[in-house]
Design a protein around this ligand. Structure first.
Ligand code: MG
Length: 210
């Protein structure tokens, strides 16, 4: 990854620390080595911060990265809320619209030939998806139901030997919200279909076994 592209990722709005972005990219490159030809998919792109790290991995390994988001913001990040960023609101309709920021990030990173935006609700896209994935990154809705639906809808599409990456996994309630831990991380391990490979901050990397 060029220093320029990494700096661009670090300058993009979002909540992915540098060490986690680097670990995410390394895991995606490993996953491509384990599963020939299959694409990568990210659930929850927001303004494209993590997408630049993953897009770099996809470009380097000759894969396509699908970047899925409805771009209306998560339930916990809306106008008037504590973490809300007024810059990402479409004032015409009074709703969030992160797509223009996402497009700028991917354009400026030079990744438009590698990253394909999927704009829609995760369960709707998942219900029509059939292509096995080398790498799946879940960083979508952090509520109980969105997290559960992302687990159910997307993890079956990971190829055996492929990788599941989960963001914002907080085993201790004091550190952050529980759903990515309780609705995605634990069910994946308890299913027996995945093993834990590594942890970096709140990022968890799991490999599909069967
Ligand atoms: Mg996150």
């Amino acid at each position: 990854m060029t220093p320029e592209r990494r700096d661009l990722a670090l300058a993009t709005k979002g909540f992915m620390p540098a060490d986690e972005g680097d670990a995410l990219r390394a895991a995606a490159i490993d996953a491509a080595g384990a599963v020939p030809e299959a694409p990568m998919l990210e659930v929850g792109s927001y303004c494209g911060r993590s997408t630049v790290w993953l897009g770099d991995a996809a470009e380097q390994t000759g894969r396509v990265l699908f970047a899925l988001d409805h771009h209306r913001g998560s339930d916990e990040n809306q106008a008037g809320w504590e973490y809300h960023d007024a810059e990402v609101v479409d004032t015409r309709i009074g709703k969030m619209d992160t797509l223009p920021f996402f497009r700028s990030s991917i354009h400026d990173a030079g990744l438009e030939d590698t990253v394909v935006a999927l704009i829609g609700r995760s369960p709707v896209v998942a219900s029509a998806w059939t292509t096995p994935l080398a790498f799946l990154f879940i960083d979508g809705g952090h509520g109980v139901e969105p997290a559960r639906l992302d687990y159910e809808g997307w993890t079956p599409h990971i190829a055996v030997g492929g990788t599941l990456a989960i963001h914002d996994v907080f085993p201790h309630p004091d550190d952050g919200g529980r759903p990515p831990y309780e609705q995605i991380f634990l069910p994946a391990l308890e299913s027996g279909r995945f093993e834990l490979i590594s942890a970096t901050g709140s990022l968890r990397i799991l490999r599909r076994l069967s």
